[in-house]
Design a protein around this ligand. Sequence first.
Ligand code: ATP
Ligand code: MG
Length: 416
Amino acid sequence: MFTRIKGTQDFLDLTLFNFIIDQTKKHLHAYHFTEIATPLVEQSALFKRSLGTETDVVSKEMFIIAPRTQDDEEMCLRPEATAAMVRAFVENNVESTPWQVFTWGPMFRYERPQKGRYRQFHQVSMEVIGAPSILYDVQFIKMLDRFFHERLGINNYALVLNFLGCSADRVAYEEQLKKFLDRAEGICDLCKARKDKNILRIFDCKNEACQALYQKAPVITDALCQQCADEWAQLKNTLELLSVSFVHRPTLVRGLDYYTKTVFEFVSHQLGAQNAFCAGGRYDQLVKHIGGKQDQPSLGAAIGIERLMLVLELVKDKLALPQVQPLHVIIPLSTAQQALALFVADELQAHDLCAQVLLDGASIKSMMRKANKMGAKLCLVLGEDEQRSHEVTVKNMVTGHEERIAQTDLVQYLQG
Ligand code: ATP
Ligand code: MG
């Protein structure tokens, strides 16, 4: 037997998944975002350059596609979409900014699979490229908060926020942090390695002793230049003005190198260890970093669809999920009525009525049982008698009520 590739899933019921995508599209259109699509494969170099080579994603999670010829560049399945969307912005010479776009689809990371963590997972990725004012961040976060709260009716989540400053602030802060770590005793080996390679990531350490120690570490929001300090204050104040609740967590640093200034996560305790179902922030240098002619301060976020689905499980009953169309199962009693059954079904389907014909030639009893299992609302029975009189016996599968309807009146009867 063949099995799924580890960390991938089969979706046999896409109702909730599609509902999320539909609601996302509705919501984002109201904020004037345009849906775009970029390839699932990109040059590996794009992600090395944008996310950073010392990040988990690039150093150990990439799905690399081996080059076939010497001339092929190394490709990979995209681990995230922001870098690809920025590449598209630069490559297509988009001129009108802010460029407000979104895309959704599968992402690939070679991770250890567990609850809420897959090797193929799905994201909605939203970007605002060319948006220098920090008030864009407020508008963007409010948009997400309204989406989760109002459109999806989720209440049990928190918005966690931090501010990483500009690159000059980062350099100065990293120096401070390094000094702190030089003096600190008993940090784990991973943190020791991160100290030299990607120092901010020490805050993601799972080791309790390290975490206890980092409670006393210098705080990045205390080390901001005047302009960043003002922006950080404006961000917090304006979010409050718009009634967005948030928690400031000084150790929130996010895993990718391209972030500057604002970083945030929407988290739910319901999710356990992998508690973030949406994450994002500002990336002021990325456009130029991957080849744009000029700086385009930007921001973005990604929603993890599988994790959002887990959060929504609890409130599922309150969601206005699309109604399943009533099913009409057409039952020809013998092979002599099978062609007629197809003809009747064709007429229903042409009028957008959901119909399925049972063509197995089984007994009426077993076909009725099958129709019931399929969730039929009505069975349309065609026997010799019905064929002769140009009628159909319509059986209501809930009440058991039966009546004879002329074949020519059937569509009107079912629509009524
Ligand atoms: P985490 O800390 O959970 O590893 P991350 O920082 O790697 O997340 P991002 O790259 O910012 O996550 O992706 C944004 C969102 O995508 C996450 O908040 C999460 O909801 C979802 N996500 C990330 N990786 C996975 C995965 N392997 N499986 C399912 N969802 C994921
Ligand atoms: Mg991760």
